[in-house]
Design a protein. Structure first.
Length: 208
């Protein structure tokens, strides 16, 4: 059932090649993305070979390494070994943040939103990053409520999306007043800033 909630209140991405250089192999990068972007799911090895289009021996070796360092946990059922994220892995948040920022869907999302108006700031939060928040989408720019709601309805027909939309003048006014809602949006490191044309005005907010 479609529903949109409007919450009224008066970046630069790394490339996949960079990830490959950081993590050492294409297979490992694919596993990082598979597990970190689906932290509540579990997978068995032959399922991963089909989804990731990698050789079974290569994936088995990488899975064993990731389990050895504690990033993954495994369990056996019906003669299958299932792997899933270890939620207590010490650098889980940092790795998840890196992978989310390299997700191709972020670029596509930004491109689609940019077509409906002049966007100064676009931030994904809430359910887009699997976190509880006041809103899921924060947008500043010359965009109408009708256009953003049409966009959300077309692209997320099965979800309830809470969003906040501000004009540039309204946003800058709230920044000057140190508005609590705006400050929280920028202070939360988990949030994904897909676009920010007002970096000089928001530097202090990001550093909070």
């Amino acid at each position: 059932m479609w529903k949109i909630e409007y919450v009224s209140r008066a970046g630069v991405f790394c490339s996949q090649n960079m990830l490959k250089k950081m993590f050492g192999s294409g297979a490992r990068v694919k596993l990082f993305r598979q597990f970190l972007l689906h932290p509540d799911e579990e997978f068995f090895i032959r399922e991963l070979t089909r989804e990731l289009d990698e050789q079974i021996n290569s994936l088995r070796r990488e899975l064993e390494n990731l389990e050895r360092i504690g990033m993954l946990k495994s369990s056996e059922r019906n003669r299958r070994k299932y792997y899933r994220i270890n939620p207590h892995f010490p650098v889980l948040f940092e790795l998840t943040s890196i992978v989310r920022k390299t997700d191709k869907t972020n670029d596509k999302f930004l491109q689609k939103v940019s077509r409906i108006g002049n966007v100064d700031i676009l931030i994904l939060t809430g359910q887009f990053i699997n976190e509880e928040a006041d809103v899921d989408l924060f947008l500043v720019g010359d965009v109408t409520k009708e256009d953003i709601e049409k966009f959300l309805k077309e692209n997320f027909p099965e979800k309830t999306i809470k969003y906040s939309l501000m004009s540039r003048d309204d946003f800058l006014y709230r920044v000057a007043l140190k508005d609590k809602f705006v400050s929280r949006i920028f202070a939360k490191k988990e949030n994904l800033i897909l676009k920010n044309k007002l970096k000089k005005d928001t530097e202090k907010l990001v550093a909070m």
